[in-house]
Structure formats: C-alpha cells, structure tokens
Design a protein around this ligand. Structure first.
Ligand code: GTP
Length: 306
C-alpha cells in the first residue's frame, strides 16, 4: 500500500500543476508542475485570491469557469493564455513567453474549509497551440502570393454576408483577372506569369486597407471583399488598383498578339455590392463575375460595375 509520505511525493511529482481552488477563487493547494521549462512555481499562490492577483478580465473568466464546473459537475476542458506577468507574485524563473494552457476542471464532491472546491489541472500546450496556429494559417493561405485562398474567402464572405443582413453595413466585392496571362506564360515562361501574379498581390496589399480581404480565387483570378465600402467607393478603389497594375506592368514584357499588336499585362475588374435581394453571397459573386466578363468583352484593362 502507498503510505501518506509516498502520496505526498506522488502529488509533488505530477507533471502538470494541479490546483485546488475554492468557489470564490482562493488557491487552497497546488501540487506538481515543478519543471521550470514548462511552469512557474505557483506555491506562493496558496492562500491568495484570484481576484487579488490576476488582471480583472482574466480573473472574471477564471471565477466564471469555476462556477460553471461547480454547477455542471462535469469535466470542463478550456484553453487559455496566461503569462507570469498576468499573475502578481509569480517568480521570473520559468518560461519567458506567455503560456497556452489546457485547463481540465472538475468539481470535487466534498468541501474544504466549508467551501466548494474544484480541481484545476493546467497543462502547458504552447507547442501544440503554435503548431495549430501555423497549420491554420497555412490552410488559409495561397502559397504563391501569401494572400488568403478560396477556402478562407468563403469563410470571410459568409461572415460579412451575415453581418450585412444583421447590421446592414455596405459590403462590396471586386473580382478581377489578369489579361493575357497565357500569352505572357507562352512568350516569357511560367516564372514571368508567376511574378506578374505576385506583383498584383503586392499592389493589392499596398493599396487596400488592412480590414479589406484579398484572396487568390484560383489561377489568375482574385476576389477582394471590401467591408463598409459602397459600390461607388469600391469602384474608385477598383480603378486605383487597375491603374497601379497598369503602371507597374507596363512595358515589362514585349508581348504581341497573333496579329502582331503590342499588348501589356493588365487586369479587368468586376465590381458589385451585396444587396438585400441576394439570397446568398454566391449571388453577389456571380454578379461580380458577370461584370468581369463584361470588362473582358469590352476590351480588357477596365472596371465594370454591376
Ligand atoms: N504562371 C502562372 N500561370 C497561371 C497560374 N494559374 C493559371 N495560370 C495560367 O493563366 C492562364 C489563365 O487563362 P485565361 O484567363 O483564360 O487566359 P488569359 O491569357 O489571361 O486571357 P484573358 O483572361 O482573356 O485575358 C492559363 O494559361 C493558366 O495556365 C499560375 O499560378 N502561374
């Protein structure tokens, strides 16, 4: 049988810190979590109250989570970020960066010092969290340009379409496509085509606001979502992008049509605004696509509004 002394040693050896915390946020006890590569020594917390040592917004979340665990009696699993700078009195020894924790919180079915208590095990998941963040960013990003990809565009469009319906703010869309990219590829090679695509992405990033959402829709097609921009202003923005591209790519390559007419790389743009008649964002996208088609038919290197 394990004796009391051994039990104390077992609790001290727990790889992750395990806190006993009362309903009103008092640290009743702490066991384990003694590896300074992963954790700060929390022994100074015992007897102190969360509300006295943790910043108010985070403290409120801890107390609400404890209440939830006590009310539900089920195991709660929560992810949160905490730095030793967020907690008064913790030593500097330990990780220098904020830590991402997975908290596993369970109500105990007995009281300590006449108070309801939860067991809160806090595991350092910073490495896993960083990997997840990186993978999520990669799965949303177009590799050639670093812009958002089509998958992320759908999420953004869905969000702004719903926000438009709820709050009624203007949301405009640009859809544009390079002119004569096939000719550029065929004449100067695929690398030249790639670098034209990248240049256009760079112009968008430099021209647009941080809150605008630029995506490579596929191939040589791009979509930009412009929240809080009316059709009129979106058209001005589209024209600005078109002229910037025209100036940046003018005469960069000697291209000629089959009829030996000189051509330069430019973009054609369709512009539209989400309207109350749209049943889905796809309808607005289709409208932008039709406007883009009109721009191509009208001779390319132009903006058409729908
Ligand atoms: N270099 C390069 N070319 C691409 C990429 N994605 C698509 N393309 C090429 O872009 C061309 C797009 O086709 P279109 O839009 O019909 O051709 P276009 O010459 O731009 O003609 P217009 O749009 O009518 O002006 C195709 O030749 C594709 O192979 C890419 O990532 N890099």
């Amino acid at each position: 049988m394990i004796d009391a002394e051994q039990m104390t040693a077992v609790l001290a050896a727990l790889p992750d810190p395990a806190f006993l915390i009362s309903r009103n946020g008092r640290y009743v006890a702490i066991y384990g979590g003694q590896d300074e590569r992963y954790y700060h020594d929390g022994s100074s917390l015992v007897g102190q109250y969360i509300s006295d040592i943790i910043k108010p917004d985070k403290a409120a979340w801890f107390i609400a989570t404890i209440e939830r665990a006590l009310a539900s009696k089920v195991l709660l699993i929560e992810e949160y970020e905490l730095s030793n700078k967020d907690v008064n009195g913790l030593p500097d020894e330990g990780p220098s960066e904020p830590i991402w924790f997975e908290g596993r919180i369970k109500a105990l079915d007995f009281k300590i010092d006449n108070e309801d208590v939860v067991l809160w095990v806090a595991s350092n998941i910073s490495q896993r969290h960083e990997l997840e963040t990186r993978l999520r960013a990669q799965s949303d990003t177009d590799q050639l340009t670093g812009l958002f990809n089509r998958r992320r565009l759908k999420r953004e469009l869905s969000y702004h379409f719903n926000a438009f319906r709820r709050h009624g703010y203007a949301v405009s869309l640009l859809m544009f496509d390079l002119d004569h990219l096939k000719l550029l590829n065929d004449t100067c090679g695929h690398h030249a085509g790639d670098s034209a695509i990248r240049k256009i992405a760079q112009i968008c990033t430099e021209t647009l606001r941080q809150t605008d959402i630029t995506c490579r829709f596929g191939g040589d097609e791009f979509v930009v979502v412009l929240p809080h921009l009316t059709l009129e202003h979106a058209t001005v923005t589209a024209e600005r992008i078109r002229t910037s591209v025209e100036q940046a790519l003018l005469n960069t390559h000697q291209l000629h049509t089959q009829e030996n007419m000189p051509v330069s790389i430019s973009i054609s743009i369709g512009v539209t605004q989400i309207s109350p008649q749209d049943g889905s964002y796809e309808q607005a996208l289709k409208r932008a696509d039709s406007a883009l088609y009109q721009a191509k038919r009208g001779g390319r290197n132009q903006v058409v509004t729908a």
